[in-house]
Design a protein around this ligand. Structure first.
Ligand SMILES: *[C@@H]1O[C@H](CO)[C@@H](O)[C@H](O)[C@H]1NC(C)=O
Ligand SMILES: *[C@@H]1O[C@H](CO)[C@@H](O)[C@H](O)[C@H]1NC(C)=O
Ligand SMILES: *[C@@H]1O[C@H](CO)[C@@H](O)[C@H](O)[C@H]1NC(C)=O
Ligand SMILES: *[C@@H]1O[C@H](CO)[C@@H](O)[C@H](O)[C@H]1NC(C)=O
Ligand SMILES: *[C@@H]1O[C@H](CO)[C@@H](O)[C@H](O)[C@H]1NC(C)=O
Length: 623
């Protein structure tokens, strides 16, 4: 046994050495830019769908766009489109018809691959719009699909496949689709800073299915817990805000070691503006943006922000998770604030952030573009590993020409990170099996075959899986990347190889739906394939009945527990080894959480069954 352990240690050690000596991307900054296409509208919002089409849209009250509606149609006397479908492989553009105003709205992809887009402005603020990815499909609008006005809203997909929607000027959240037990609007805790300041919410779901919410200059850990609040992000930066209009960007860093008893999760928030910048900018003074990032391990019992310095200040940037499990900071400006005409000094160079490097050697500046991407610009990863950038319109209409400061930008552009350089062609794997669009399940062993023209470095292979996010206002809603590692990497043909991975254990780590799967070899990712993680189904329906809308296994207990009228205990941890959860229909634990150890103080009856999210937030509590 001892021998085995030391052998493993030794191979890890060798693996580390190997990484250092073989790391091909360790040399100087790189990356290439290419203008792709004038798509006729300004890409204020973008989402990649499972068929490699990007749905993009701006706002219907922008005036005339440069793209006609299909078949000579007009909507409310406007005959130009404000939404389009862009095909990644061909750069083809197809105009779409959106009927109500989608300005500053939110979105997320449902488990079946439909884009669920929520809210907007004026007549569009309570709409839900559904876009099904299929040939010739167009938007379908649901009137009053959300209960209250959703403008500058944020979405996140939950482990059970529902979407949570919340955000600016609404101190509450709600769910889509509605269920009998979660049809209302739920208040945010009174300490949530969004109550005081106009601000967008940033959502991150943790491996224990809590939601980490950030707004302005601070965070709370779970919206299921009343009054919970973690340290202000400003503890080391003077309380400076980081969400709209002091727009920074943020990501949940890659989730690793997914089979460990408890998976760690970290959030990284970068850029923003010093307090008061928005007001100063409206008055003509464009204050330098923040040049710091703050990183926090949200699964720690007592999480602390760690502040790092970026190569340059950035407001209105975007943060994109790349297939090799690094983070790209792209777009934005170095002074002013988000809002009409308020940004100055575009930041043209992206920066790669390497989360696993030591502090001080994580940022690496990349080659610059020539196109400023100011307010209302977006960025997203596509399957081949490029990052597509669109939008930028800091004006309240389309404005073009040399006399316009930051002309409305209709061009899509691609940034190809250095891993796409031709000199790495021999290292780049090509996935052979499974095929694009494969369906997979939670917690299974999956064999992935790939080919390689060069020589395989067996210890330098890992797989990653990225959820394609909805990008708008410098935040990629629902963005997450899982590092799946690679077991049993071996040669199976002259130039073909196989690696085995264990798929994520549950929807807490990876809500069901479409992900892009990559094989990474010596830090060079393959082109990805789409895989669909299916909702958990019981292997033996008689022994493990599936109950209701929850994505977890429900068991009948061997004995009843004393809690009034309760007869069933629902065990949501059955598919996840993270501690015990006891969720009782009709009862709620009254718990208090102080950043963030949890104590159960007492139990009290509730008039209705709490929604799934609230129930899930008890996961870390011992009964
Ligand atoms: C509008 O589209 C036409 C081609 O359809 C193009 O020539 C023109 O430059 C575009 N205008 C702007 C402002 O992008
Ligand atoms: C996974 O966990 C092991 C053991 O706790 C640790 O040594 C290793 O660094 C972790 N790997 C990653 C990628 O975090
Ligand atoms: C705005 O500028 C005016 C004129 O320079 C000045 O008097 C005023 O105090 C400024 N207001 C703010 C909020 O900075
Ligand atoms: C919940 O499920 C876990 C994992 O299957 C199990 O270890 C635990 O005993 C269960 N708890 C209850 C209260 O049933
Ligand atoms: C929950 O517990 C706290 C701490 O014991 C108490 O102050 C509070 O009143 C309780 N809330 C409810 C609704 O019972």
């Amino acid at each position: 046994m001892m021998t085995n352990v030391s052998l493993i240690d030794l191979s890890l050690f060798l693996l580390l050495i190997f990484h250092f000596s073989q790391n091909p991307t360790a040399d100087a900054a790189g990356g290439k830019w290419q203008v792709l296409k004038n798509v006729g509208i300004s890409a204020m919002h973008m989402q990649l769908l499972k068929n490699d089409r990007i749905i993009l849209f701006d706002r219907t009250d922008f005036g005339k766009s440069n793209l006609s509606l299909p078949n000579g149609n007009c909507v409310n006397n406007y005959c130009t489109a404000h939404s389009a479908e862009f095909t990644v492989q061909t750069n083809a553009v197809r105009p779409l018809t959106v009927l109500s105003d989608v300005w500053c709205s939110s979105g997320s992809m449902a488990p079946n691959g439909n884009l669920i887009q929520t809210g907007g402005f004026n007549g569009g603020e309570r709409r839900v719009r559904v876009f099904q990815p299929c040939t010739g499909c167009d938007w379908k609008e649901i009137v009053d699909g959300v209960n209250v006005r959703r403008w500058y809203a944020t979405n996140h997909v939950l482990p059970d496949g529902r979407h949570i929607v919340g955000g600016r000027r609404q101190f509450n959240y709600e769910f889509y689709p509605k269920t009998p037990s979660s049809s209302s609007v739920y208040s945010l805790p009174p300490t949530m800073p969004a109550r005081k300041i106009i601000s967008t919410l940033l959502f991150f779901s943790t491996p224990t299915a809590n939601l980490f919410i950030f707004a302005n200059n601070r965070a709370i850990l779970s919206i299921g817990v009343k009054g919970a609040q973690c340290p202000r992000i400003g503890s080391a930066t003077g309380g400076d805000p980081r969400s709209y209009p002091s727009t920074g960007s943020a990501v949940l860093l890659p989730l690793k070691n997914l089979t460990a008893p408890s998976v760690e999760a970290e959030v990284l928030i970068c850029g923003g503006t010093p307090k008061g910048s928005y007001t100063k900018a409206t008055n003509g003074t464009f204050v330098g943006a923040l040049n710091t990032c703050a990183r926090i391990k949200i699964t720690d019992p007592n999480p602390q922000w760690v502040v790092e310095t970026m190569p340059q200040a950035r407001v209105m940037g975007d943060m994109i998770l790349l297939p090799d499990a690094t983070v790209l900071l792209i777009n934005g400006a170095s002074s002013g604030a988000a809002g009409w005409e308020l940004g100055r000094n575009p930041v043209l160079s992206p920066v790669v952030y390497r989360p696993n490097n030591a502090v001080g050697s994580r940022f690496e500046q990349q080659n610059p573009t020539t196109i400023p991407r100011m307010y209302h610009s977006t960025a997203l990863l596509v399957r081949d590993g490029r990052v597509l950038v669109g939008g930028s319109n800091p004006h309240d209409k389309y404005e073009f020409g040399n006399n316009v400061l930051f002309s409305t930008e209709l061009r899509l552009e691609a940034f190809s990170p250095q891993y796409l350089d031709a000199k790495y062609a021999d290292l780049r794997p090509t996935i052979i099996a499974p095929l694009n669009q494969a369906k997979i399940r939670y917690g299974i062993k999956l064999a992935v075959q790939f080919s390689l023209t060069g020589t395989l470095a067996t210890n330098s292979v890992y797989l990653t899986m990225v959820a394609p996010p909805f990008s708008s206002h410098s935040f990629s809603m629902n963005q997450r990347l899982l590092v799946l590692g690679a077991e049993n990497v071996r040669q199976v043909g002259p130039t073909t190889y196989q690696a085995q991975v264990t798929t994520p254990p549950s929807g807490n780590l990876a809500p069901s739906g479409f992900y892009i799967l990559y094989v990474v070899h010596q830090q060079i990712p393959s082109e990805g394939i789409f895989v669909q993680i299916l909702l958990n189904l019981p292997e033996n329906p008689r022994r493990q009945p599936k109950v209701g809308r929850m994505a977890c296994v429900v068991k009948t207990m061997p004995q009843a527990r004393v809690m009034g009228d309760m007869r069933l205990l629902t065990n949501c941890s059955a598919s996840n080894s993270n501690g015990a959860a006891v969720v009782t229909a009709g009862w709620e634990f009254n718990i208090t959480r102080q950043c963030c150890p949890v104590t159960v103080t007492r139990k009290q009856p509730l008039s209705r069954i709490q929604d799934y999210l609230t129930a899930q937030s008890f996961k870390s509590i011992s009964p």
